[in-house]
Design a protein around this ligand. Sequence first.
Ligand code: AGP
Length: 371
Amino acid sequence: SAAEKGGHDYFMLKEIEEQPEALANTLRGHFSGGSVVLDEQRMTEQDLRDIDKVFVVACGSAYHSGLLAKYAIEHWCRVPVEVELASEFRYRDPVLGRDTLVVAISQSGETADTLEAVRHARTQHARVLAICNTNGAQIPRESDAVLYTHAGPEIGVAATKTFLAQVAANYLVGLALAQARGTKYSDEVEREFSELAAMPEAVRRVLATVEQVRELSRETADSKAVLFLGRHVGYPIALEGALKLKELAYMHAEGFAAGELKHGPIALIEDRLPVVVMMPSAKGRAQLHAKMLSNIREIQARGARTIVIAEEGDETVRPFADELVEIPAVPTLLQPLVSTVPLQVLSAEIARTRGYDVDKPRNLAKSVTVE
Ligand code: AGP
């Protein structure tokens, strides 16, 4: 009923609105006296301290959240991190041992590919930490440590609030690892941690501005394809934006690292092709920002219709944006928590304009329990 859906036609739209709360719930209870606490821990502090390599394994949207873990954990902890699709992981015989931490991310905790990756890791004596949204699911049961996202049940097949919760959970794992290793934080890292707590409010502010995204979505609904470009943490978000559009609107959509454009994908640009650009922070990542500006200029000159997601107050980008969507300015690593929201609205709204059921996209199941 409409009441169950919080007055919306679809659960997905309700779940998009629930994100500030979901994020707050993920953060709540995992901080105590300035340090991170996991929900379950069957490994010792010493085990955690000895970790010298991290693999993140997951599928779909969870994999995209995992790509962000690499940016955070390497930067914060100085431990090498590899992120891998769970379905590929065990088949290539990865190098694993007692000092390897495998972070398995799964909303359902029942995804067969991820579960088998966990089982393989354990046979190789690696430690496994699960990030999961479902209490007592199989993946957390078979792991050495668990961090539950507590985002609440998600009915829509497309991951929304659980994706944001996974991103935050990845950062908490990074923080837990940094603490166990006694890493000395820089001021920048301190600021990133302290602003994590302010993110539910930042997401609330983005939600208040999405009407503009709804409008521009309707104008995009009859395009034959949409491209997404990002750099640094904007790159996994470009991949996630493209996945959402495929899943919900059945449109051809691709996410690219903007630096790869001239190595091939720029050949796809044609007149009026919508290209969504995730703009890096002007202050936080000035170099990347400048490079992205020149990427936008290049594609606009070739006729693309540029839809630019940028920090509020970023005036430099305005001349190159056919559509400019503003998001709150937050520390770089936290930007995905706000920049994902307009992409969710974009894909849901395009799908609705095309007449599709966004809660139950064709051919997809919420939880994939076969490999
Ligand atoms: C829903 O289709 C999701 N977008 C999908 O990619 C999902 O993230 C993936 O199947 C993994 O699911 P899990 O988090 O439950 O393991």
